[in-house]
Write a protein that binds this ligand. Structure first.
Ligand code: CMC
Length: 454
């Protein structure tokens, strides 16, 4: 019978080690017994960007990137998008089971009764310049919420965590809508508890002089489905930020501000914004082949394509493509759609993309829907952050309650200078590093290493 172990022979010493395998995983700490001499630190594993490192045991979200499968707590994303609502899905993600009718009513009641924000938050928002990016405003005001709710520091109290959960899910759309209204110089529209979660968000964004705002049901449902699709995605960059920062036992508002900041980047939640800007830059279907050539030459990235985990069509993109057509029936066809379809058509046939398994991801079509619904491009990452809050809290809570977790503190392989003598300022001179190890801030493009001055 096969043994669930791994045998390692250290060729430096000839010694052999047997390490247990659990769930197709070895524990990195088991490598530390591998030493040349007794006083050595022991072997470490080197894994920049965690491409092959499991950070935790999780029971929230399952992804099979090769098969294009995404499930929350065992339920396929396609079924949830078809039959569920965002608030019901958020309950599932956070509590582990779909709610009964009574549980859903109670959950909805608590979240909709935590949608208001302190009037002082409005003063913070007023301090931002009219063209401040809404993600910057979200990050800042989210961090500010921690000062309004000092009870949130009681992170090992389940009742307190639940209250912060209602507040976070409830207030996120309000912060987002107020940031948007601030950029327009419009008065803030307050939450309306008569409306659904997505409907109320549309109300706070777009209400003008009507006594009661009535969202278009197709757009309201489309937004709710988009929220379901974005609710969690296991150990992505922002979930990792949430866990990492939360592992210091800071309050959940501060950790959520960190997660929101992680989401802001163009390689993560900022990609939907980047897709729209790319489609605008391409400008016409006839110019798509030229743009694809530039991507293949390493000058550009085809934004909204590729994924660390999915090496197949992102299942969320399939659903979003369908919703896009429903939204376009109400709002009219987005002229950028033709450019997007041409990019997809060429890329799916082109060897460069096929060989690297680069397929459309969630962000490729979502921006077109958001734009058709009237959102400015800068609001796109915000529309990702609102629903992802449920996933962030679930990841955070799972981390807190996991007896194996500690403050996140990776190791490094130090390759810098050994100890050296201090150089007085009058004896220092500039010198160049021809082949500097310092990386460009643009990992997407291939480039000659530049000269760095130190
Ligand atoms: N366009 C052109 N080439 C690409 C792209 C792209 N969008 N994505 C990856 N590649 C190439 C890359 O140059 C590399 O080629 P080579 O092997 O010749 O060096 C190869 O494919 C592997 O890429 P990678 O950068 O090592 O892959 P990764 O797993 O580190 O990056 C990614 C994943 C999502 C950051 C990347 O695919 C990307 O930058 N995509 C565009 C941004 C984007 O759409 N992000 C949204 C992700 S989905 C929403 C979310 O979860 O946040």
């Amino acid at each position: 019978m096969s043994r669930e172990t791994l045998t390692i022979i250290d060729n430096r010493t000839g010694k052999s080690y047997e390490i247990p395998i659990t769930h197709d995983t070895v524990r990195a700490l088991d490598l530390r017994q591998i030493k040349v001499q007794e006083g050595d630190f022991g072997l470490m594993s080197y894994d920049p960007a965690f491409t092959n490192t499991a950070l935790c045991h999780s029971r929230v979200t399952f992804i099979d990137g090769d098969a294009g499968i995404l499930r929350y707590r065992g339920y396929p994303i396609e079924v949830l998008a078809e039959r569920s609502t965002y608030l019901e899905t958020a309950y599932l993600i956070l509590r582990g089971e779909l709610p009964t009718r009574a549980q859903l009513e109670e959950w909805t009641y608590h979240i909709s009764h935590h949608t208001f924000i302190h009037e002082s938050i409005k003063k913070f928002l007023d301090g931002f310049h009219y063209d401040a990016h809404p993600m910057g405003m979200m990050i800042s005001t989210m961090a500010a919420l921690s000062t309004f709710y000092p009870d949130a520091k009681d992170i090992f109290n389940a009742a307190s965590r639940l209250k912060q959960t209602w507040r976070l899910i409830g207030k996120m759309p309000t912060l987002a809508a107020f940031a948007y209204r601030h950029s327009l110089g419009m008065p803030y529209a307050y939450p309306d508890n008569e409306l659904s979660y997505a409907g109320n968000f549309l109300n706070m964004l777009f209400k003008t002089t009507e006594l009661q705002y009535r969202p278009n049901p197709t757009l309201e449902r489309a937004l709710d489905i988009l929220f379901i699709l974005h609710a969690d995605h296991e150990q992505n960059c922002s979930a990792n930020a949430m866990r990492n920062v939360g592992s210091s036992h800071v309050d959940p508002y501060s950790a959520t501000a960190a997660a929101t900041a992680a989401l802001y980047g163009p390689l993560h939640g900022g990609a939907n914004e980047a897709v729209l800007r790319m489609l605008l830059e391409i400008g016409a279907v006839a110019r798509v082949p030229e743009y694809i050539q530039r991507v293949k030459a390493g000058e550009k990235r085809l934004m909204g394509f590729g994924h660390r985990i999915y090496k197949n069509y992102d299942p969320r993109a399939t659903i979003i493509k369908r919703i896009a057509h429903e939204v376009f029936e109400v709002m009219g066809r987005n002229p950028l759609l033709e450019i997007a379809l041409e990019c997809e058509r060429i890329a799916l046939e082109d060897d460069y993309f096929v060989k690297r398994k680069l397929y459309p991801n969630v962000d490729f079509y979502s921006g077109l829907i958001y734009q058709s619904m009237g959102f400015p491009v800068s609001m796109f990452p915000v529309l990702f952050a609102i629903p992802r809050t449920a996933g962030w809290i679930a990841q955070w809570e799972e981390m807190l309650l996991d007896g194996e977790q500690k403050i996140a503190r990776p190791r490094q392989v130090y390759l810098g200078q050994d100890q050296r003598a201090y150089v007085p300022i009058e004896q220092r001179s500039y010198f160049t590093l021809a082949a500097s190890p310092i990386r460009s801030s643009r990992p997407s493009t291939k480039h000659a290493p530049g000269t760095q001055f130190v």
